[in-house]
Design a protein around this ligand. Structure first.
Ligand code: ZN
Length: 77
């Protein structure tokens, strides 16, 4: 049996990585008008504060995207 056929018939599971050594979930906000983006951090409030400040400096920039990076892991049953 070739390695390729082993992979084809294997059953994989994909789930959010909650192991102690997993990368952290990070949040950022991106302005949908100009594309500027806050730094990514583990505290969503930092991203929210960036959006408030950005809107304050750019009163016509009303729409934002939340950018979440969430680690996942794949494992074979
Ligand atoms: Zn903007």
């Amino acid at each position: 049996m070739s390695m390729r056929s082993v992979i084809r018939f294997a059953s994989w599971t994909l789930e959010p990585d909650r192991e102690p050594d997993a990368e952290p979930v990070t949040y950022a906000m991106e302005c949908a008008v100009c594309g500027r983006r806050s730094g990514a951090g583990v505290d969503f409030q930092d991203a929210q504060r960036w959006a408030f400040a950005h809107a304050g400096r750019n009163p016509s920039h009303h729409t934002y995207r939340e950018v979440i990076h969430r680690p996942w892991r794949a494992w074979m049953r």
